[in-house]
Design a protein around this ligand. Structure first.
Ligand SMILES: [Zn+2]
Length: 808
């Protein structure tokens, strides 16, 4: 058990603990008191050297006492009695502690002489709960030097089960689940009706209650039927597969018309439109203004399902589409469905894999004029003019375009031209756009329609059971109307006092990253100076949007909806349309930084365009943070999260953005070459990891996140050591067994405990830029010599390899 506190531990606290345990060594205040001359029994033989000194002291004391008044003598006696009582109590406590320790920790005490001072243990209920959670996830029989993930999360994986209707369980999802219970009580306690002159908070509460109840109201959803959805998608057609519009389709529908109308429809109603994504966002090459954003979109299944011909998944999709056609009464044969899937395969084949297109790596700068010349198969100006008809954002030939995935568009035009040249193929695209328009809105209609995408996802991701209706509806309200729900969440559960403590934590992590920049010998001075400038310029978003505190702004942002408790589909459409219109109308306003994540999200992010880090209220709570947590736990958990997001500003994608968020090359060639060597080391290291038998990651796909994980933990550790206090309370029980540094690493590792179905793991591994939990622990700890020292790991052990990778 060499990992339980060793002499190799590099912390100052370690020597304090050893001293407290052994009165022979002295050093701590309690040990000094026990060996103090003045409390030795009078008449003790002692030794020849010390005895006269004691007599002298006692003699002087006697003289002083004789000179005292009666009251003074009484006071002195009282002090002596008190001192005696304190001494007896201290001895009793010490003995009790030693007995208890030797009873349950015999081996640890024998080997390492470890106990903790009783008065330095945190007995606050938060610490007790924290200890219980840390212990309940750990598998202490595992060797932390060989597999720190198993050591930290082994029992989590044995004890936690994946909830019904979910593909995974991890620390984030467990906390989100806990939030859902809180959100449910907020939603259920609010009234869905509100007077016309209600204040904005009352209006938000009633709209949230109405939306939630309309979701739960299955009979009203059943009664509304599917016609509202067919009516909504009608303007994108006319559809060949709908009897009512088949004739109009034959009169002259073209793919170009269909794509134009589909793009406009998708802007409001789909996050995953067919063929491509078109919108207006911050110009990443000049972040003071906006630009058109154009990128490839996604297929219904993952790209790999088509490219690698995963027949079971493709068959499951075919079944779902046939079910959809039947439910909506579409004239679509089984062959039509197979053709749709073949079209998706063609789109997938020209799409770029996620490992190539991560972040802004493939983002290029263009203009509308250039776009039209390069890809003339679509009238981009027409599409944009229609899309932005309610916006003051001007589209001209010189309007900037942030073009992602250029090679996709180079192949898209030949594909669309080929499809347009054939009547049957044109009908296929018409069917495809109909299916893709209906698909994202299925969850908001009848229960039968809802189950079509749900069943498909469950089959492909190996999900069992279904979630309770209230959970589905809380998640739905969260997804559709997340910021109003966030306002309720913040008002009820966010501890505003945490704000300044989090700011201080961020300060200390920034200081640690600053030190890391100073240490980076591979950087040239000019680049380093600019990097320090970028670090200093990082902006912060903590908790929730500022406009939550201002009723006028709150009304402007979130007010004006009139939702009904019996009209779920209509409510959703109203929210989608209205929020899209508001977003479009604001395109003429200056670019401003605001939260891109709802306050209740158990997550965090870095925005390269704004050079900003964001920590929603949802992650500023346990298990990541509580004001009562000892610092080493806070640093290991939320500290590493903060460090992770800061490091994103300097990962292989973030580093291309300067202090103002503009994408440009501001590093010297030599520094870039050295950086690439360091990041290659990380990519190769992660590619060598395997989880669940034989699952491996693409080093390039997870590179940005892995650089951030490594930097995050390192910064958290350094920041902790900078402010470490010697008298910091230990956790009950754990403090007897593990040093503060060890608990810091444990708190970090446990943020990545997870369970995932094998099917979901194999799906996500091709698209998720975050590596599996195991790797998020193995990589960062294996690259930190401080971890090897803290646990006394043999050089060459798995968690303390000789060759380490280091970027920041
Ligand atoms: Zn990240």
């Amino acid at each position: 058990m060499k990992y339980v506190r060793t002499d190799l531990d590099d912390n100052s606290e370690m020597s304090g603990s050893l001293a407290t345990n052994s009165s022979a060594t002295g050093g701590s205040s309690m040990a000094a008191m026990q060996s103090d001359d003045s409390v030795l029994p009078v008449g003790s033989p002692g030794n020849g050297v010390s005895q006269p000194r004691r007599i002298t002291h006692l003699h002087r004391l006697g003289v002083v006492i004789k000179r005292c008044s009666y009251l003074e003598k009484l006071a002195l006696l009282a002090v002596l009695v008190l001192l005696l009582i304190v001494l007896i109590l201290a001895c009793m406590l010490y003995n009790v502690r030693l007995t208890a320790s030797s009873g349950r920790l015999g081996y640890a005490n024998q080997l390492y002489n470890v106990t903790a001072s009783a008065n330095s243990t945190c007995t606050h209920p938060v610490c007790v709960q924290l200890t219980a959670r840390l212990l309940s996830y750990m598998n202490e029989s595992a060797d932390p030097c060989e597999d720190f993930y198993e050591f930290s999360c082994g029992l989590f994986r044995q004890r936690v089960t994946i909830p019904a209707g979910r593909q995974q369980a991890n620390v984030f999802s467990l906390q989100s689940g806990a939030n859902e219970i809180l959100l449910r009580s907020l939603l259920e306690s609010a009234s869905p009706s509100v007077s016309a002159d209600a204040d904005i908070n009352a209006e938000l509460r009633s709209n949230l209650a109405a939306l939630y109840r309309s979701c739960l109201n299955e009979s009203a959803r059943e009664e509304a039927g599917l016609q509202p959805l067919l009516d909504l998608v009608a303007p994108v057609g006319p559809w060949a597969a709908c009897n009512a519009t088949a004739r109009a389709y034959k009169d002259g529908w073209t793919i170009a018309d269909g794509l134009l109308r589909s793009a406009v429809f998708s802007a409001a109603h789909s996050e995953n439109p067919p063929f491509f994504y078109l919108g207006v966002t911050v110009d990443i090459f000049n972040t003071k203004r906006r630009a058109v954003h154009l990128s490839q979109s996604s297929t219904l299944l993952l790209r790999d399902d088509y490219v690698r011909n995963r027949t079971a998944n493709l068959a499951a999709l075919a079944e779902s589409l046939e079910e959809l056609a039947k439910l909506f009464g579409l004239t679509m044969t089984a062959q039509d469905v197979r053709n749709i899937i073949e079209l998706e395969r063609k789109i997938a084949e020209i799409s770029l894999p996620e490992w190539k297109r991560r972040g802004s790596l493939l983002m290029g700068n263009s203009t509308i004029k250039q776009l039209q010349e390069d890809f003339p198969c679509i009238n981009w100006t027409s599409v944009l003019l229609t899309l932005l008809s309610n916006s003051s954002y001007a589209i001209t030939n010189d309007t900037p375009v942030n073009l992602h995935d250029r090679s996709f568009f180079e192949q898209l035009c030949p594909l669309l031209n080929q499809l347009s040249s054939d009547a049957e193929q044109t009908r296929l695209v018409n069917n495809y756009l109909l299916v893709r328009s209906i698909w994202p809105l299925l969850p908001f209609t009848t229960p039968a329609a809802y189950r079509i995408p749900e069943k498909l996802t469950y089959r492909i991701r190996g999900v069992h059971g279904t979630e309770a209706p209230w959970k589905i509806c809380v998640q739905s309200v969260d997804g559709i109307f997340g910021f109003p729900l966030g306002k309720l969440f913040v008002d009820s559960y966010f501890l505003r006092d945490s704000h300044s403590a989090i700011e201080r934590l961020i300060d200390s992590l920034m200081a640690a990253f600053n030190a890391s920049l100073a240490d980076a010998r591979w950087m040239d001075e000019a680049t380093r100076r600019q990097a320090v400038g970028k670090l200093d310029a990082i902006r912060r978003l903590v908790g929730y949007p500022h406009y939550f505190n201002n009723a006028t702004e709150l009304r402007r942002e979130l007010g004006g909806y009139r939702l009904r408790p019996d009209r779920y589909f209509d409510n959703v459409v109203q929210i989608q349309r209205e929020s899209t219109n508001r977003a479009l109308s604001r395109l003429s306003e200056p670019v401003r930084l605001t939260f891109g994540m709802t306050p209740q999200s158990v997550n965090a992010y870095y925005s390269p365009s704004f050079n900003a880090i964001a920590f929603p209220a949802g992650i500023l709570q346990q298990p990541f943070y509580r004001p009562q947590f000892p610092a080493y736990v806070s640093y290991g958990a939320i500290g590493a999260v903060i460090g992770h997001e800061i490091t994103h500003g300097f990962d292989d994608s973030g580093r291309h953005h300067d202090r103002d968020g503009n994408k440009r090359e501001w590093w010297s060639n030599g520094t870039v070459a050295a950086f690439d060597r360091a990041t290659d080391c990380i990519a190769r290291q992660y590619e060598a990891f395997t989880v669940d038998g034989n699952v491996q990651v693409s080093g390039q796909l997870v590179l940005g996140e892995s650089i951030a994980d490594n930097g995050g933990l390192k910064m958290a550790y350094r920041a902790y050591k900078q402010q470490q206090k010697p008298d910091e309370p230990l956790l009950p029980y754990l403090g007897d067994r593990y040093s503060r540094e060890q608990v810091l690493f444990l708190a970090y590792a446990q943020t990545w405990c997870e369970l995932i179905t094998p099917e979901a793991l194999r799906q996500l591994i091709t698209v998720n830029t975050h590596p599996p939990g195991q790797m998020r622990v193995w990589g960062p700890v294996a690259n930190m010599p401080e971890f090897g020292r803290a646990f006394g790991c043999r050089p060459g052990s798995k968690m303390n390899p000789i060759d380490k990778c280091s970027v920041w």
